[in-house]
Design a protein around this ligand. Structure first.
Ligand SMILES: CC(C)(COP(=O)(O)OP(=O)(O)OC[C@H]1O[C@@H](n2cnc3c(N)ncnc32)[C@H](O)[C@@H]1OP(=O)(O)O)[C@@H](O)C(=O)NCCC(=O)NCCS
Length: 161
């Protein structure tokens, strides 16, 4: 859901943190969310939907929640994508947090997207994840939307800043 299609369809925007030979975190992005969503609908979700039919796991479990997303993935609003066409996911294991690595990963991704002429980037985060929200705002992301689904943050890139 959050890793496979990114590495498969946008490997040029994927980086990992390597601590003593083990992957301790990653940042993943795509430059064009609309195209990525269409590609996933054609080439990624069908096999997963077959492998994990709705009801594969106990109702309300974490696995059940992910299976529901596989069958009905979130679609970014078209209006958002005009100025913020790219999106990202970042995750560091506990041993890699608080060392400046998250900031370095985001910086690396934003530099690559900017060099490719991408206008802006967005991401979704739960408002309950106060640490991540503070992290993103510290890096210059702004709140674009608050909804029941969570917060959408965004940043313009390059000349659009
Ligand atoms: C959120 C996360 C990506 C942050 O990465 P990190 O490596 O811990 O953060 P860094 O140490 O690189 O911090 C970068 C900068 O942000 C600042 N910062 C970090 N968290 C902050 C917060 N909650 N509020 C304000 N500033 C914050 C740091 O002080 C640092 O500032 P500096 O560069 O001026 O010194 C990481 O902790 C993580 O993966 N957490 C678990 C998974 C998660 O929540 N992912 C996001 C899901 S949307």
């Amino acid at each position: 859901m959050y890793v496979g299609p990114y590495v498969e369809f946008a490997p040029q925007y994927a980086w990992v943190v390597d601590i003593a030979g083990s992957v301790a975190g990653y940042v993943l992005g795509v430059a064009g969310t609309a195209t990525f969503q269409r590609t996933c609908e054609r080439l990624w979700w069908p096999a997963l939907r077959e492998r994990y039919p709705l009801g594969s796991f106990p109702s309300g479990s974490e696995d059940d929640n992910v299976v529901r997303l596989i069958h009905e993935p979130p679609i970014a609003p078209i209006a958002l994508l005009h100025d913020y066409p790219a999106h990202l996911h970042i995750d560091l294991g506990p041993e890699a947090q608080g060392l400046g690595l998250g900031g370095a990963l985001i910086g690396t991704l934003l530099d690559a997207l900017t060099a490719d002429g991408v206008r802006g980037i967005h991401l979704g985060v739960s408002p309950a994840n106060a640490r991540a929200v503070g992290f993103y705002e510290h890096l210059g992301f702004e709140v674009l939307e608050r909804s029941t689904g969570g917060l959408t943050l965004g940043m313009r890139l390059g000349d659009n800043r």
